[in-house]
Design a protein around this ligand. Structure first.
Ligand code: UGA
Length: 427
């Protein structure tokens, strides 16, 4: 099949590379000329394990190419996938300007039948709006079908997730589209869930909201565990053995971040309110997450009452391991809070970079703790908990407090090296 993917971010690039690998001819489009040039040079502007190799392999075979010429790409391909960003505006509403601009391009370019597949996470009702808008802009209804096909990949394991999906969701009003989507993903053995456009959009938000709910639930439980001197890890382990609950996404920590959970929870909340549904639970999930960093900073203050004279090291800047993405990372929340206390903050991440006026980034794990009063482990990169020379860390630090924001260190071992260990729901 000839596929055009508009938007070359995480979702667009991974989808492009995987569809090319499945045997299709894929053209990825992006308006950013520098990005397209980088991609045509065989380099990938984001850190995603295995993606660069897969892109290079398929570009070499001639099944994957990159261009800025959106109208030409639309005209030359029958399948058009939309994978542009849908970020939040400062007022927390969803910025659909990239989607609107694709609709404009489609309206100006469609000269033969197209199957338009929306991969971007868009608020419920957006695909129906896209359908109406294309017709209003003069596109003949028999010249296109619209399908909502949300993506469930995770950053850091994007290719693996796309090649092994739990399910493929197809939102459509035309049953024939199900076969087309099955042909597109031929080779992926999975369950197909077929629904209407609104249903497919809502499944995506429901999925992220449920995962975020599990995290906020266990984080609230961590606070209760703290109060009763119980180790939250034991609670998670016990909960996880019940197949009705499941073991995943029950790791207590200093909160979820990234480009998806915070944004999608906000958008789902807005969607509910727009229909006069009060989203009590979604509000609570966000409240726990928003206050998690403050709660553990208060604990840090029990050990270091005057943070204004303190120097703090952050290990990890990315919102999770395996990515260089710092969007909505708890590291940023921490940095902002610590700066309010007038702390000096420095840190290290194996991949991610954080440009912030109040932050000094170092490129060595042990240098990053020099003369620090406390170390906060923000992201559970393996090198922060496997084969660390704790003697060296201890010698380099001025103080002895470790706040383990991901509960990956062994409190016993930390105590043996003379650290004061503070975990999330454990100590
Ligand atoms: C998330 C979803 O997991 C994907 O299914 C979805 O496709 C994607 O959003 C999206 O909408 O595009 P992602 O944001 O890449 O994927 O990252 P996750 O692995 O879900 O982690 C999100 C945050 O939750 C991270 O900050 C992580 O540290 C935190 N987390 C995760 C916890 O604090 N505890 C856990 O037990 C699990």
């Amino acid at each position: 099949m000839n596929v055009c993917i508009i938007g070359s971010g995480y979702v667009g690039l991974t989808t492009g590379a995987v569809l090319a690998q499945l045997g299709h001819h894929v053209t990825c489009v992006d308006l950013d000329q520098n990005k397209v040039k980088t991609l045509n040079d065989g380099k990938v502007p984001i850190y995603e394990p295995g993606l660069e190799e897969l892109i290079q392999e398929n570009a070499k075979k001639g099944t994957l190419s990159f261009t800025t010429e959106v109208q030409k790409a639309i005209q030359q391909n029958e399948i058009i996938m939309i994978a542009v960003g849908t970020p939040l505006r400062p007022d927390q509403t969803t910025d659909l300007s990239y989607v609107e601009s694709v609709i404009e391009d489609l309206a100006n370019s469609i000269n033969s039948y197209k199957i338009i597949i929306t991969k971007s996470t868009v608020p419920v009702g957006t695909n129906e709006w896209m359908n109406r808008t294309l017709i209003q802009k003069g596109v003949r209804p028999d010249l296109f079908d619209l399908v909502s096909n949300p993506e469930f990949l995770k950053e850091g394991t994007a290719i693996k997730d796309m090649l092994n999906p739990d399910k493929i969701v197809v939102g459509t009003t035309n049953e024939k589209m199900v076969d087309t989507v099955k042909q597109l993903y031929k080779g992926l053995d999975t369950l197909y869930i077929v629904t209407n456009l609104n249903g497919a959009e809502l499944i995506k938000y429901a999925s992220n909201a449920f995962l975020a709910t599990k995290i906020s639930f266990i984080n609230e439980l961590a606070r209760i565990s703290d109060a009763f001197d119980v180790d939250i890890k034991t609670i998670s382990k016990a909960l996880g053995t019940d197949p009705r609950i499941g073991p995943h996404f029950l790791n207590a920590g200093i909160g979820y971040g990234g480009s998806c959970f915070p944004k999608d929870l906000t958008t789902l909340t807005f969607s509910a309110i727009s229909k006069q549904v009060v989203p009590y639970l979604l509000h609570a999930v966000q409240k726990v997450n928003d206050t998690q960093v403050d709660y553990y900073l208060e604990k840090l203050q029990d050990s270091i009452p005057d943070l204004s004279t303190a120097r703090i090291a952050l290990w990890g800047l990315a919102f999770k391991p395996g990515t260089d993405d710092t969007r909505h990372s708890p590291a940023i929340r921490l940095l902002e809070r610590l700066s309010e206390h007038k702390c000096e903050v420095q840190g290290y991440d194996p991949v991610a970079v954080l440009n912030h006026p109040s932050f000094r980034q170092l490129d060595d794990l042990y240098e990053s703790v020099k003369n620090c009063d406390a170390l906060i482990l923000v992201t559970e990169w393996e090198e922060f908990h496997q084969n660390v020379d704790w003697n060296k860390v201890k010698q380099n630090m001025k103080g002895s407090v470790i706040l383990d924001g991901r509960n990956v260190l062994d409190p016993e071992v930390a105590h043996q090296y003379g650290f004061q260990y503070l975990g999330v729901g454990r100590h």
